[in-house]
Design a protein around this ligand. Structure first.
Ligand SMILES: [Zn+2]
Length: 151
């Protein structure tokens, strides 16, 4: 069904407005750090604290939220990109193992019907095993470490 002429105009206006906002935002963000991994993590922690505080309503949690939220904003709008970049790299280096497990949990959930994922205890290699084979011995393809798991 063809759209009415007025509706088309309105849609154009909305689209134009959207483009303008996008352009302004891009201009504003130019030369700023933006949402890096550390800022995103702080943002998630802030959201988490906000939800927690709906139930506990504590000023300490509120203060923590304020700290994480402010720090996340500070990173996003910061103009000292090299310094923020170095901090972000340090954060990524420090969180390699937990991020590996988080990624694994994501994969595990996505493929929960067909596979199981394990991380080798000695070399942290990720190993994928088909599900439903019972108790089996798994050999790490990287370091040959053997371990028994129920799949
Ligand atoms: Zn291994």
């Amino acid at each position: 069904m063809p759209l009415m002429k007025k509706e088309v105009n309105d849609m154009d206006k909305i689209r134009q407005f959207g483009n303008q906002m996008y352009y302004r935002m891009a201009q504003f963000m130019y030369g700023r750090n933006g949402l890096d991994a550390l800022a995103r993590t702080c943002n998630w922690i802030a959201i988490f604290l906000l939800v927690i505080n709906l139930f506990v309503q504590s000023s300490i949690v509120y203060l923590l939220w304020l700290i994480f939220f402010s720090y996340s904003c500070f990173r996003v709008y910061s103009r000292n990109i090299p310094k923020r970049y170095a901090e972000n790299q340090k954060f990524l280096d420090m969180t390699t193992v937990p991020r590996k497990y988080a990624k694994l949990a994501k994969l595990q959930w996505r493929d929960r019907k067909v596979s199981r994922y394990y991380i080798c205890k000695s070399c942290h290699q990720q190993i994928r095993v088909p599900k439903g084979k019972g108790r089996i011995e798994i050999r790490c393809p990287k370091c040959n470490e053997r371990f028994i798991k129920k799949t």
